[in-house]
Each structure stands twice: as C-alpha cells, then as structure tokens.
Design a protein around this ligand. Structure first.
Ligand SMILES: *Cc1c(COP(=O)(O)O)cnc(C)c1O
Length: 349
C-alpha cells in the first residue's frame, strides 16, 4: 500500500494536528430526515490547533517545507474571514515563526462584525501582522502583492516563506487529505463500517482532490461528491482534475483519478461565496439541534445541505460520510445574518 502513495511519507511535514479525528454516526440527524441508513461525519473540525478544521492537515506540508527551507516568517493571503489564514497564524505561532496575513475583500458590504470578529479577532490574538487587499476576486493580483511584501521582508533580513495557493503551484496542502483518505479507510476497516459516498467541500480543491486521489490510490471506489462553495461546477471540476494530476506529479506516481470520476455540484452556491441560502440555513439548524455540530455559512453549511440532498435522493441503504472541515469561528462573523435566518426558519416551524 505505501507504494501507492508514492513519496508521501518522505516529504517534510510539521506535525500540528490531533489524529485520527473521530468518525461518528449522526443518528438524530438521520432520524430527522426520516430515512434509514447511516449518516456519518468525519470530525475534521476536531484537528486541534486553534479551533481546528481542514487547514491543519494542509498546513503540515507547507510548514514542513517552510521549516526545511529555514524560514522564520510565513505569509498567506485569503478572504477576510479565512480559516486558512487563521490556522496559518496558529501554525506559525506554534513553530515559533512570525506570520503576515493579507485579507482580500471578497464579500460585498461587510459590516464591522465581519471585519473584526471571528477569524480576524483570532488572527490578531495569534500575533499575525495584518495587511488588506482591496480587490476581492483577483487571485493573481493578491498573489503578486503578497510576494512584494515577502520581498520587503527579505530585504529587511527576514527569511520569508509564502504559502503558495494560486493555481499552478504544487498542491502541498492536498497531501494532507491524501493522508486523511488513508486515515478514513483504516477507521472503516478497524470498525467494520461501510461508506458508499463521501460529501466534501470543494473550494481551492485541496481537500476534495486530496481525498479523491488518496481513496483511488488505495484502491477504494467510494464516490466523492464535491460541493462547490466558490465556483460553478464545470470550472471547479476542471480545477480538481488539474489538482489530481499535480498531486500525482508531486508524489512521483501515475495519475490514479479518471476525469470522469470527478463529481462537483454547485446547487448550494447561490447567491455566492460566503452568502446564505435556504438549504444552507436548514442544514446549519439541523446539525446544531440534532447533533450539536456547529457549522458555518461559507463552507460546511453548504456541504451538509448537499449531503442531505444526496441522502434524501438515495435509498436507505446508502451510507454517506459528511466531512466536517471546521470553520466555526466564521459563524461569529455572520451572527446578524445567522440570527435573522434562524429566527425566520423557526417562525415557520
Ligand atoms: C478552506 C475550507 C474549506 C475548503 O477546502 P479546500 O481545500 O480549499 O477546498 C472547507 N471548509 C472549511 C471550513 C474551510 O475553512
């Protein structure tokens, strides 16, 4: 089996998380949906490190490379309420490095709560230096500006490491989810459980592509459905296909993912990145009331909405695994919108 994962175990890695994360059933949610079968959750909200989430697994490989290069300062760019940025700030703190974060204005008309609470508050607490980037949807521009900041730091004698997130960079973060696929398959085997389908967020695609690649490399045919949180399904699908090829390159193995096997769904994206819709608020409400799982409006609320639809559409024998990728701190930045939406939902009964 190790050969199937190529050079994974030989790559530099900084251990940051608590593993394995729990794999649990959600019996109350399954009952609320009035469906037989089993609805599981992989608790990657419990990876530890400053509220956890999927970025902990991803950052182990970036910070491993940073450390191997002798870096003393980490730079990252992301949305204002980015969990990646917050987790990078946490990882840098743990490894004794400085952290500079660039926050991109991707959400229209943000209120003071959005700009200061949730992850932004945590970025500040974790000691990161904050920079703002005004053009929200300009990945290349944001990347260029971040490299300029890195150049300024280098000129001042620092050893900066820019966490490379724009497409075309080697997808080190996805390796965290190649490894998570191995962890999930071991849990299923140990406990004699069967999963037919995994439902996971598809944002940058590191999580989606890594899981899909890891499962196929290890010989598993479990269906992987990626729920789009930022881009339309067709564009996202191409992105995942490209990411999978890059993972194979990085590991020095043959590509194991057939492009036909890449499934993306964008039915829960509208009205857009970081914006609530009715199925998402229903999913957030059900997860909290039935299972005490705290979801966020940007990612996990939309993904569980997608998983619920898959559960409702499929027969009672189909066992579905929802990947809880964390993100709860962002809920505080959306508290006005969430309060109103929950009140509306409960008024309807
Ligand atoms: C970043 C993030 C995602 C998306 O993961 P990608 O690997 O970027 O696709 C999903 N959920 C949460 C909570 C996140 O922070």
């Amino acid at each position: 089996m190790p050969e199937a994962l190529g050079g994974l175990d030989g790559l530099p890695r900084a251990r940051l998380g608590h593993y394995p994360t729990p794999l649990e059933a959600m019996p109350n949610l399954a009952a609320a949906l009035g469906r037989g079968g089993v609805f599981y959750v992989k608790r990657d909200d419990c990876t530890g490190l400053a509220f956890g989430g999927n970025k902990v697994r991803q950052l182990e490989f970036y910070l491993g490379e940073a450390r191997a290069q002798g870096a003393d300062t980490v730079l990252i760019t992301g949305a204002v309420q980015s969990n990646f940025v917050r987790t990078a700030a946490a990882a840098a703190a743990r490894l004794g490095m400085d952290c500079h974060v660039q926050l991109e204005e991707r959400v229209a008309k943000p209120d003071p709560e959005y700009r200061n609470s949730g992850n932004v508050l945590l970025d500040r607490m974790l000691g990161a230096t904050l920079h703002s980037y005004a053009q929200g949807e300009d990945e290349a521009g944001a990347d260029r500006r971040l490299h300029e900041i890195a150049d300024e730091l280098a000129a001042a004698g620092r050893k900066p490491y820019v966490i490379p997130l724009a497409p075309g960079h080697k997808p080190l973060g996805a390796l965290g989810y190649v490894d998570a696929a191995r962890e999930i398959l071991a849990q299923l085997e140990d406990r004699g459980l069967r999963i037919d389908e995994v439902v996971v967020a598809s944002g940058s695609g590191a999580t989606h592509a890594g899981l899909l690649f890891g499962l196929r490399a290890l010989g598993s045919a479990i269906r992987v459905t990626g729920i789009c949180v930022r881009r339309a399904a067709g564009i996202q699908r191409d992105r995942i296909v490209a990411r999978c090829a890059e993972i194979a390159d990085l590991l020095g193995t043959a590509s194991v993912v057939d492009p036909e096997d890449v499934v993306t769904a964008d039915d829960w994206l509208a009205p857009g990145y970081g914006q609530l819709n009715a199925p998402t608020i229903r999913a957030i409400d059900l997860a909290a009331r039935c299972e005490a799982l705290i979801l966020d409006p940007v990612y996990t609320g939309k993904v569980l909405a997608g998983a619920i639809r898959r559960a409702e559409e499929s027969g009672p024998d189909r066992n579905i695994l929802f990947i809880h990728t964390g993100g709860a701190p962002a809920a505080f930045a959306y508290s006005a919108a969430l309060t109103e939406a929950l009140a509306g939902l409960r008024a309807k009964g």
